[in-house]
Design a protein around this ligand. Structure first.
Ligand SMILES: Cc1cc2nc3c(=O)[nH]c(=O)nc-3n(C[C@H](O)[C@H](O)[C@H](O)COP(=O)(O)OP(=O)(O)OC[C@H]3O[C@@H](n4cnc5c(N)ncnc54)[C@H](O)[C@@H]3O)c2cc1C
Ligand SMILES: C[S@@+](CC[C@H](N)C(=O)[O-])C[C@H]1O[C@@H](n2cnc3c(N)ncnc32)[C@H](O)[C@@H]1O
Length: 659
């Protein structure tokens, strides 16, 4: 879902004013002084952060606006730099500013320039959902775009929030935001002694906060304002557990957080995870059956980054779009920091590529994605340059291609993970509250936390039984190009994807890829011919691509029956059967939350079945797993987590009496 930018007017000082809410974003006299006084000093943040060693400190802000409060907090965090600590800032914003307005506002504050310069290029497209931005100094910014109440309601409480900034315009002009229901959600997500600050001292707000467990005090306000408010969360008077999901979807808090993690598989799923964990200071050991990294599907020469598209709003649209945007931003950061050869050349998706599985209508798709993410092909001049056969289609300006093996190698190197090559893990067993990994040479390794990231190889572990993992082989073909194809800049997807040539000297194109319902790694001549024939249909002239097949490569995708990845903690099938067996007699039966205690294997997680979209989905999945492993607040709503939760297959089988 795309969101609208706010309607702004600008004061003589160059400050924004909201036309919808008839209110200012920050003090007209001294923006930095007021924010510093009300939010930073009002919450005693400096003192709190100085005690944050070895912790994740979480702030929730209602009304991200220009990001001023965030920048001030980040500056303070940088100054104090607690050891082995993460600063997690979760902000909610319904009307995100456009990038030009952000830039104009950031220019007001030269003293914050180094931080605002780093943030500006990472600010996301205006789409509904959570945008996770990883910044240096162990800072995570989760920008939840959408109505604050709606977004808060979707979030499960993990570690909880240490401090709240309520900064959503004046309660009189924004009643929609400042409702009691919102305070209920704040209370639900608060840690004991969580601190809340606001410039508003409205009686209704104070009474609401008291009702939901905050003890409030009025403090002297800044400048001409008489008062501001501080509340400390003690205990909600209205207790009672709140369930956001069915009992079997409630993933327990991890009791072994912080320990080194074993990762099985060194493809995109495993390497993105090692990198995410390293960002939080958590070490990983990566076990890989082959003698090199990215030896299987993630070793295909070129991968395109593209989002899976949906024409109706759904948690899946949210997951795929936010994963795609996360990867775009991560690849940009890696190109700047570590010289990754990420070619952000844009991607053309012709109509035939849209309709492989479902009948997608271009106009309905466009309703859900902002122009900065998806454009109509006709609106760009591209088809002229690449001589496309059809002109109906979409253009993704943020997309591009890279060599996935280069990415995997870089991620593992940056993460400083311990790498065990030629080590095939053949068994996982639980003993003394730990996991024992046994390899094919009978060596054993002991860890408290394990993540299975070995694609269809996961089917060999008994803990993955019933997860509906399928393997689909695919072959790429490399062919010679032509004088015309030498001009191709963007990736072109039709019923086959044709990549731009990687060299100027010898023009050649990778064509991806065939689909075979097997796991045979031998290349087949008929796949090459079909690849070439299908690829040619993307273009006006047959001679665009030459006849000669230069080389072929086969890889195996893993997928699930519902074509959605498996990301999350691994359910214990026997426990699920014991706890929810009645679903086979009554598929609609409700269960109480206490039945959820032993649903999942302690410390065992999975990231697999990324299908044909691993480049877009592995990075975000790694962040979701890292947050689960560290009990951080998650970057996805509960409904997204439920869609990718492996438990769905065991529950579905029970309901269909197939267990
Ligand atoms: C031909 C083809 C073209 C594709 N094109 C694209 C594209 O353009 N864009 C895109 O986003 N996606 C594309 N994909 C999909 C993409 O390859 C996958 O989504 C992605 O690579 C999945 O990464 P992974 O780490 O889960 O799996 P893999 O890359 O397969 O990695 C799994 C690793 O686990 C190791 N392993 C297996 N069993 C064990 C064990 N028991 N112990 C230790 N190690 C083990 C394997 O050796 C392997 O290195 C394509 C796939 C194919 C086949
Ligand atoms: C006073 S401004 C915030 C200023 C901001 N904290 C800063 O540092 O610049 C209030 C913000 O709340 C946002 N807002 C208003 N109603 C909202 C709602 N229902 N959900 C989420 N955000 C909302 C507005 O769009 C606006 O950006």
């Amino acid at each position: 879902m795309k969101l609208t930018h706010p309607q702004l007017s600008w004061s003589e000082q160059g400050h924004p004013f909201s036309e919808e809410f008839s209110d200012i974003y920050f003090s007209s006299e001294d923006p930095l002084g007021e924010s510093q006084y009300v939010f930073i000093e009002g919450s005693k943040l400096e003192h709190k952060l100085s005690l944050a060693n070895n912790k994740t400190f979480t702030i929730g802000e209602l009304g991200f606006g220009s990001g001023l409060n965030f920048l001030l907090c980040w500056r303070l965090w940088k100054k104090l730099q607690p050891t082995k600590a993460t600063f997690h800032y979760i902000a909610f914003e319904k009307y995100p500013l456009d990038s030009a307005s952000h830039e104009r506002i950031f220019n007001l504050w030269p003293e914050l320039k180094d931080l605002s310069d780093a943030l500006l290029p990472l600010l996301p497209a205006p789409c509904y959902g959570c945008h996770r931005i990883l910044l240096h100094d162990s800072v995570i910014l989760d920008l939840h775009f959408g109505d604050a109440l709606e977004r808060l309601r979707t979030l499960d409480k993990r570690s909880g929030v240490d401090c709240w900034f309520l900064d959503g315009f004046n309660p009189r002009s924004n009643k929609e935001l400042w409702q009691r229901n919102l305070l209920r959600e704040i209370s639900r997500l608060s840690k004991q002694d969580s601190c809340l600050v606001s410039y508003s001292v409205a009686g209704e707000l104070r009474r609401g906060l008291e009702k939901f467990g905050f003890s409030c005090e009025k403090l002297a306000g800044f400048g001409r304002k008489r008062h501001m408010l501080r509340g400390i969360f003690k205990q909600a008077q209205t207790t009672g557990e709140v369930s956001l999901a069915n009992a079997w979807n409630l993933v327990p808090l991890n009791k072994t957080e912080g320990n080194e993690v074993a990762i099985v598989g060194a493809g995109l799923a495993g390497s993105t995870l090692a990198y995410s964990l390293a960002g939080r200071g958590v070490g990983a050991s990566v076990f890989e059956s082959s003698g090199r990294m990215a030896a299987a599907a993630s070793g295909i020469t070129q991968f395109a980054l593209r989002p899976r598209l949906f024409q109706a709003e759904s948690p899946l649209l949210e997951f795929y779009l936010q994963s795609y945007l996360f990867t775009v931003s991560q690849l940009q950061q890696l190109s700047d920091k570590a010289n990754l050869n990420w070619q952000q050349c844009g991607l053309i998706q012709l109509e035939q590529a849209l309709n492989k599985q479902a009948n997608l209508e271009i106009e309905r798709i466009r309703d859900n994605y902002p122009e900065s993410v998806i454009q109509l092909l006709q609106d760009s001049d591209l088809q002229g340059a690449v001589r496309l056969g059809k002109t109906e289609g979409l253009f993704f300006p943020l997309s591009g291609w890279l060599a996935p093996a280069e990415l995997c190698n870089m991620l593992i190197e940056l993460s400083k993970a311990r790498l065990y090559l030629d080590t095939q893990i053949v068994e996982l067993r639980r003993s003394n509250e730990q996991w024992i990994l046994r390899d094919s040479n009978q060596n054993e390794y002991t860890y408290k936390q394990v993540v299975i990231a070995n694609s269809f190889g996961a089917t060999h572990f008994s803990q993955c039984e019933g997860l509906s993992i399928e393997s689909v082989a695919g072959q790429t073909s490399t062919v010679a190009g032509s004088a015309h194809s030498a001009l191709q800049q963007s990736v072109v997807c039709g019923s086959r994807t044709v990549f731009p040539s990687t060299t100027e000297k010898e023009i050649r194109h990778l064509i991806a890829a065939s689909y075979r319902n097997d796991s045979n790694l031998n290349s087949a001549q008929e796949d090459d011919l079909l690849n070439l024939e299908s690829a040619r249909q993307n273009f006006k002239h047959r001679a665009y691509l030459g006849d000669q097949i230069i080389e072929s490569q086969v890889g195996i995708r893993s997928n699930t029956a519902d074509r959605i990845p498996l990301v999350g903690q691994l359910p214990d099938k026997d426990a699920i059967h014991k706890n929810y067996g009645e679903l086979s007699r009554n598929a609609r039966k409700d269960f109480t939350l206490d039945s959820a205690a032993d649903n999942y294997w302690p410390g065992l997680y999975i990231s697999a079945a990324h299908g044909s979209n691993g480049l877009a989905t592995c990075g975000m999945s790694a962040e979701i797993l890292t947050s689960l492993l560290l009990n951080e607040q998650l970057p996805v709503s509960q409904s997204v987590l439920d869609e990718i939760n492996p438990v769905r297959f065991i529950i579905r089988a029970l309901k269909k009496q197939q267990a």
